[in-house]
Design a protein around this ligand. Structure first.
Ligand SMILES: Cc1cc2nc3c(=O)[nH]c(=O)nc-3n(C[C@H](O)[C@H](O)[C@H](O)COP(=O)(O)OP(=O)(O)OC[C@H]3O[C@@H](n4cnc5c(N)ncnc54)[C@H](O)[C@@H]3O)c2cc1C
Length: 618
């Protein structure tokens, strides 16, 4: 399969609903008939209700999207359903590192580190060079010779575990003066010297969407806003799911030979829903990051700062720095984990321990929060729980995959499909994803130069073409096509001028975005890159998405009002001192998809009297 599968062929513009081909730009200007994204969605839901799939994946985070791609590229028929948006769970809220995990060396997890470093190399060099970028880090040393020997040995091992042929430069010891030259913001007495090494960064939310699109290009039917509400059984075997379209609030069955549960922190809940008596236990651990302006920290390098429990990262992100993270148990709702003032104070205290000019609350642009899906339900510090993954055939036709790290999603996916394939009535091929670049990777070299000749390129502001290539790789031309058909789309997004207006339309037409939150938070990162967190941009984004999704004025107003309410709830939550108070302030404003109107019967017609569901059996 390899390169040619996503090179110049039509699959390269696959939408996440599983259909290839670009959409007619006329549709954007109201070309008549059903709105294009709605038409696609209806077709997708009909396929879900009408076909029997070899593999049905539940969950559209990086793991589920990876499973869909792995299975589809083996030639299996695949469907993926995601309750909210792709990457709406943990997969958009990580530290955004593709890394071996330097700190796991301390736990002697050499196998885990080696695997992760191998994946890092594959992603940087072959699978996703448009999305995974090497970044230099500085590890400041506190205690002179002792630290230098201990940490230096660790980094020597880190380089060695990465393999003989290095994908990025080896580590280098730096003197105290060299560290301060590279990172003038460091306090003179915070270090005695340092070590520079490299890891990689990824736009986690976009990466998951591009995985789903690549799976779609390989034939998978991928649908966001479809929730699994129960499981279908044939005897002891799981035979599919009952699903609810959260946009139309209709219900239908999806039949499958095997179901893969890739729902991260929802894994245990899904296992229970499937009737598994002793469910796989996943423990949610909360991680908080905050974002500050780039000019507040003067540094050529990302920073890794050891803390008493784990490490703290200071990571470059465009015109900002991301600072994180915490690692504490979370006992409240899983949909909208929230930060407390205490979490933010913890991060401030630790980062300020090394900064000459300390950060304050006023510097903080935004805060985001994720839940780690840690394996096991035991007590003890969450930072001590292994980051390895588990794949379990919990019942015939039902496999759960959980734990792990963003970096190792491909291995998790491969292992899950290997186990699921044992339930198929034929032998499945071996995994091919080690040789299958993600959409946008093929043709990356020279893409900016080639696109300078595109009719819309001259309409863009300086630097925006490079911005598009950085975000879409070789697919940037598709965004430009929209701007060529409607020149107003070449303008900057109002309220978030770094982005091009066409990006919001493209997200609705090609990337499965169904609400402005999907665009403001995950297709772009306006929600955490701008001080108003996208309050102003929300109106323009809604107007740009409206033609693709057939929104009337009332829907546009509802989208904007809901987004503003979400921002208010988040700010209120971040002023609270404990998780209970923070959750009480945040949770009243649910994702719009999670507050649907009353149930009717869906695209598959009335739920038939075939297989029983777990709910029926209770
Ligand atoms: C703070 C933090 C920092 C991290 N940093 C890093 C890092 O730098 N590098 C790294 O390698 N790893 C990192 N990780 C770990 C990594 O982010 C996670 O392991 C990974 O994102 C988990 O992905 P997932 O697909 O398993 O889960 P998720 O992304 O949570 O996906 C599960 C999906 O299942 C869906 N779902 C749930 N119930 C249903 C249902 N009934 N029907 C349909 N869909 C459903 C959810 O909506 C969700 O989208 C970090 C994690 C956290 C929390």
């Amino acid at each position: 399969m390899g390169d040619e599968s996503c090179a110049e062929d039509p699959a390269a513009s696959a939408r996440v609903d599983g259909r290839g081909g670009g959409s007619p730009p006329a549709a954007l200007s109201g070309g008549g008939g059903e709105a294009p994204a709605l038409r696609e969605r209806r077709a997708t839901l009909e396929r879900l209700a009408g076909e029997t799939f070899d593999v049905l994946v539940v969950g559209g985070g990086v793991t589920g999207c990876g499973v869909a791609l792995d299975a589809a590229s083996r030639g299996l028929s695949v469907a993926l359903v995601e309750r909210r948006d792709f990457a709406a769970g943990t997969s958009s809220r990580s530290s955004k590192l593709i890394h071996g995990g330097l700190r796991y060396l301390e736990h002697l997890d050499f196998g885990l580190v080696r695997e992760a470093l191998h994946e890092r190399r594959l992603l940087v060099e072959k699978l996703a060079p448009h999305m995974v970028h090497p970044t230099p880090f500085l590890l400041p040393l506190k205690h002179g010779l002792r630290d230098r020997m201990y940490m230096g040995a660790g980094l020597m091992l880190y380089d060695a575990l990465a393999g003989r042929r290095l994908a990025m430069p080896r580590h280098r010891h730096l003197s105290h003066a060299a560290c301060l030259r590279a990172v003038p913001s460091l306090r003179d007495d915070a270090l005695t010297g340092g070590i520079r090494y490299h890891d990689a960064q990824v736009d986690d939310a976009r990466f998951s969407v591009m995985l789903a699109r690549t799976a779609a290009a390989e034939g998978a039917v991928c649908a966001p806003a479809v929730e699994v509400t129960a499981f279908l059984h044939e005897g002891l075997r799981v035979a599919g799911v009952r699903a609810r379209d959260l946009e139309g609030d209709t219900e239908f069955d999806v039949r499958a030979r095997t179901v893969v549960n890739a729902t991260g922190v929802w894994t245990t809940h899904m296992e229970r829903l499937a009737g598994i008596e002793r469910p796989l236990l996943v423990r949610p651990s909360k991680g908080v990051h905050f974002v500050v302006p780039r000019e507040r920290i003067d540094s050529e390098y990302a920073l890794i700062l050891p803390t008493e429990k784990s490490v703290l990262f200071v990571l470059p992100w465009g015109e900002q720095w991301i600072v994180g993270t915490t690692d504490t148990d979370w006992e409240f709702g899983l949909d909208h984990p929230s930060a407390t003032r205490t979490d933010i104070e913890y991060l401030l205290e630790h980062v300020n321990a090394v900064l000459a000019d300390p950060l304050t609350f006023d510097d903080i642009i935004a805060v985001y929060v994720g839940l780690r899906p840690l394996l096991g339900g035991g007590a003890g510090e969450t930072a001590e729980v292994s980051r390895e993954h588990a794949v379990r055939r919990s019942a015939p036709g039902f496999v759960s995959v959980a734990g792990g790290k963003y970096t190792t999603y491909r291995l998790m996916a491969r292992d899950a499909v290997d186990v699921a394939a044992a339930d198929l009535p034929f032998a499945a091929d071996a995994s091919r994803t080690a040789d299958l670049p993600i959409l946008g990777a093929v043709g990356l070299a020279g893409a900016a130069e080639r696109l300078r000749g595109h009719p819309a390129a001259a309409l863009l502001r300086p630097g925006r073409l490079e911005h598009l290539v950085r975000r879409y790789g070789a697919l940037a031309g598709e965004v430009l096509d929209l701007a060529a058909a409607d020149r107003s789309l070449a303008a900057p997004l109002r309220g978030a001028e770094k982005y091009v207006a066409a990006e919001a339309a493209y997200a609705a037409l090609h990337e499965g975005a169904l609400h402005i939150d999907d665009v403001l938070t995950r297709r772009t990162h306006i929600a955490f890159e701008l001080r108003d967190r996208g309050r102003e941009a929300a109106t323009h984004v809604a107007a740009l998405m409206a033609p693709a999704l057939g929104w009337d004025e009332a829907t546009v107003a509802r989208e904007v009002a809901h987004y503003h309410a979400r921002l208010d709830a988040e700010r209120a939550a971040q002023a609270m001192l404990d998780d209970a108070g923070s959750d009480a302030a945040r949770s009243p404003v649910l994702d719009l998809r999670l507050t649907p109107p009353p149930t009717t019967t869906g695209p598959g017609g009335p739920a038939d009297s075939g297989p029983t569901t777990t709910e029926d059996r209770r």
